[in-house]
Design a protein. Structure first.
Length: 375
């Protein structure tokens, strides 16, 4: 005879044993059922079935407020996932954000900005990097992606470049990576244009002297612009201002304006190109500031250079000389001052922006398209 133990039926396992009639049946709770579930765990199939049944029963017996709390948390989680999915990716740091971080009473980096909507450096250009990338894509569709590697890299990672640059060189609008950096450049960097400007030194000087005679009749003659400085007076007379010709001023300096057309590397078709006469009166100090980009080098042709006048770029001082060109990268922190005697007269240079010698021809064409005035 074989003795076989009787197995409880499924109904018997699910039905709890009734308590004595003198005591009310205890109200099962999630905690009690969970503890029983852990103690009664079995690796057999029957044990797994019992655990599932116990879990379902415990869920049924849980308090309604607990279920409501779980439902609310689930809804909040679903709402958060939906909100994150719809959110647009953040843009890189814009020109506006970079400049406002150092703004104090209208002076940033020690340099007073004009806050003009048309100014590439002072205007508020939210979403600048998306706009630049759109312009690059448009250029590539019309022409080619060939040779656009550095520009594409620069636009894609512009925020990181501008924020991680050392304080000695921080262009405020656009940084083109992998360009050789130095505060000053030798005359051979743009030899042809330097020689053209120096050969025409007397022509430019004569037209300046004709213009400057108007200062005896009024404080600020037509066409001249006064710039903010901590001390003294700084005047500029623009022939080309941020890639835009100033016709009235060009008509007053026709030979100098025609001279710009004979320069091979003059930036004249994008917002980083300028050509002007710059005048510092004695006792003037231009506060330290950065230029907007490193794709250009700034050329100063000395017209009048009294003693005790100096240009400091990246902490390195240099002096102007009459009839000679001085090339420097204005994306480095730089300043200029005239500490000469009033009797010596102003310091005067003819300033023109030339392409950085390591920017390739294809890149120049693309940058002219991307940074075209008004684009």
């Amino acid at each position: 005879t074989v003795w076989v133990p009787l197995r409880r039926t499924r109904t018997e396992r699910r039905t709890p044993t009734p308590a004595p009639p003198t005591q009310p049946p205890p109200s099962p709770s999630c905690t009690t059922m969970s503890a029983e579930w852990l103690l009664g765990w079995s690796w057999s199939l029957d044990g797994l079935r019992d655990c599932i049944a116990a879990g379902i029963q415990s869920f049924r017996d849980c308090d309604a407020s607990a279920l409501a709390a779980v439902a609310c948390l689930l809804l909040l989680f679903l709402w958060y996932c939906y909100h994150v999915g719809r959110e647009q990716p953040r843009a890189y740091a814009t020109v506006n954000a970079l400049m406002q971080s150092a703004e104090a009473n209208g002076v940033q980096n020690g340099f007073a900005y004009c806050h003009s909507a048309e100014c590439v450096r002072c205007g508020h250009h939210d979403g600048l990097n998306q706009k630049l990338y759109h312009n690059l894509q448009e250029y590539a569709k019309r022409y080619s992606w060939s040779g656009m590697g550095r520009i594409h890299k620069g636009i894609r990672e512009q925020g990181r470049y501008l924020n991680s640059r050392p304080s000695i060189q921080k262009p405020e609008v656009f940084f083109l990576p992998d360009l050789p950096t130095a505060p000053y450049f030798s005359r051979d960097a743009q030899k042809h244009d330097v020689e053209v400007l120096e050969r025409n030194f007397q022509t430019i000087l004569c037209e300046f002297e004709t213009l400057y005679k108007a200062f005896s009749n009024c404080s600020l003659p037509q066409g001249w612009k006064m710039n903010s400085t901590p001390s003294g007076e700084w005047f500029t007379f623009y022939l080309v201002n941020q890639g835009m010709c100033v016709p009235r001023n060009c008509r007053r300096c026709p030979r100098t304006y025609r001279l710009l057309g004979s320069l091979r590397t003059c930036i004249g078709n994008n917002v980083f190109g300028n050509a002007c006469i710059s005048v510092l009166s004695p006792g003037t100090v231009i506060a330290e500031h950065y230029g907007p980009t490193n794709i250009r080098i700034r050329c100063h042709l000395g017209l009048k250079t009294p003693s005790n006048c100096e240009l400091v770029v990246g902490g390195e001082p240099q002096c102007w000389a009459e009839g000679r060109c001085l090339l420097f990268d204005d994306s480095f922190l730089h300043t200029a001052f005239h500490e000469g005697k009033p009797s010596e007269g102003p310091r005067v240079v003819f300033m023109v922006d030339l392409w950085h010698p390591n920017v390739a021809a294809a890149e120049r064409q693309a940058l002219d398209f991307i940074f075209a005035p008004g684009r």
